[in-house]
Design a protein around this ligand. Structure first.
Ligand code: SAH
Ligand code: SF4
Length: 403
């Protein structure tokens, strides 16, 4: 026993923040403890926001002591937090190794959506995406991914009180304030709580498969954040083999970044389309939703509208035709400009005309209004601070004549 602990002591501390229940149970058993301790620890971490093992009062003192020596609960470090005038909140977070990623909270009618990053940079280089222009550095760990939810929950005071006595009292207070916030919600229709998570921050989540699946598992686990599978969405540019694999292990909602109705145009915008063309991607997406336990779910199609590139009426008709057999909703995202791109956002009239074609063909196709413009928090504007191994941003800067 002493020898085993010595061995653990000589290795770096294990971060329990990103461990799923199964992995935490294995770890706890490796310390010679009973498996049920895992649930207790998870609740302290994800329900109560407690990182200090000494405060986990239903664990035995020796276990608290051992955990303090060999383990930790560590989220990324907050470098900055900015609030937009529209209620959007953006964090720049430093992860191990010094790079930064960004996380964005978007309050909407009756819900609060957290847009979570999965990688430092992105290797896929879509032509309209700032993250892609920065190249790729590394995958985030499961702790760094779920850590974004942990920090956001903390920032909105969303953790439960930890002491039983305080708990009852606070529950009463919370119920009272929920009642009043619900009545005021009818007026303002916005909340300050993470009710939904979208894997739409920096990076391609399916290229960091295991860590993203573990983190989403925690988002949906009742011993952690308990979000319903409808409220956790993975967005992908179309890594087909991994999407097929996802169906076997997850029930999350699915968003596909399509952006064009034919392969010629899509391959220019989303280079991974050359490897996994549209027909393959749609087939795989249909397999994914057919495999879900709940038959009512639809695929979210994301379509970033770029002026004179993919926003013509002919393309709108082609899109409607392509998707006529696909149970989906189409999110129209007006392009968000950034310095390294010559693309422009279409006029309101062009956006409306594109939307009208889709609506007339029977699709629900909301235009996603740009949020957090004043703090650069919109889709495709997330920058972080990527120590780019591919030196891609330098190449773009040279090509576009900027420094
Ligand atoms: N890699 C994943 C998830 C992150 S990107 C994916 O591509 O789906 C999240 C969404 O932001 C995608 O739909 C992407 O196409 C969109 N996006 C990227 N850059 C954008 C920009 N400049 N303007 C508007 N939307 C953008
Ligand atoms: Fe990567 Fe998504 Fe940006 Fe494409 S749109 S470069 S896949 S983050």
């Amino acid at each position: 026993m002493i020898l085993a602990t010595d061995k653990i002591l000589s290795s770096p501390k294990v971060n329990l923040l990103g461990l799923t229940e199964v992995k935490l149970r294995e770890y706890i058993c490796s310390l010679g403890e009973k498996p049920f301790r895992a649930k207790q620890i998870m609740k302290w971490i994800h329900h109560c926001g407690i990182a200090d093992f000494a405060l986990m009062t239903d664990l035995s003192k020796p276990l608290r002591q051992t955990l303090t020596e060999v383990a930790e609960v560590r989220a990324p470090e907050i470098v900055s937090q900015q609030d937009s005038k529209d209620g959007t909140r953006k964090w720049v977070l430093r992860v191990n190794g010094g790079s930064c990623v960004e996380t964005v909270y978007i309050p909407e009618k009756g819900r609060g959506t957290l847009c979570v990053s999965s990688q430092v940079g992105c290797s896929l280089d879509c032509s309209f995406c700032y993250t892609g222009k920065q190249g790729f550095q590394r995958d985030l760990t499961a702790a760094e991914i779920i850590g974004q939810v942990w920090l956001a929950t903390q920032s909105f005071d969303g953790f439960r009180p930890r002491l039983k006595e305080a708990s009852a009292q606070n529950r009463r207070q919370r119920n009272a304030s929920n009642e009043s916030s619900q009545s005021s919600m009818k007026e303002t229709e916005s909340i300050s709580r993470v009710s939904n998570v979208v894997m739409m921050g920096m990076g391609e989540p399916l290229l960091n498969f295991d860590n993203v699946v573990d983190a989403m598992n925690l988002m949906m686990d009742d011993n952690a954040y308990g979000l319903s599978k409808r409220r956790v969405t993975l967005s992908t540019s179309g890594v087909v083999p991994m999407l097929d694999k996802l169906g076997a292990v997850s029930d999350c909602s699915l968003a596909i970044s399509l952006h064009a109705p034919n392969d010629e145009l899509r391959s220019q915008l989303v280079p991974i389309n050359k490897k996994y063309p549209i027909a393959m991607l749609l087939e795989s997406s249909l397999r994914y939703i057919a495999g879900l336990s709940d038959s009512k779910r639809v695929i979210t199609i994301e379509y970033t509208l770029i002026d004179r590139v993919n926003d013509s009426l002919a393309l709108a008709h082609e899109l409607a035709d392509l998707l006529k057999e696909v149970p989906c909703k189409i999110n129209l995202i007006p392009f968000n400009p950034f310095s390294l791109s010559d693309y422009k956002r279409p006029s309101r009239n062009r956006i409306k005309a594109f939307q009208r074609v889709l609506n007339e063909a029977g699709f629900i196709a909301p235009v996603r209004t740009t949020r957090g413009d004043d703090i650069d928090a919109a889709c495709g504007q997330l920058v972080g601070q990527v120590a780019d191994r591919t030196r891609r941003s330098e190449r773009y800067q040279r090509a576009s004549g900027t420094d």
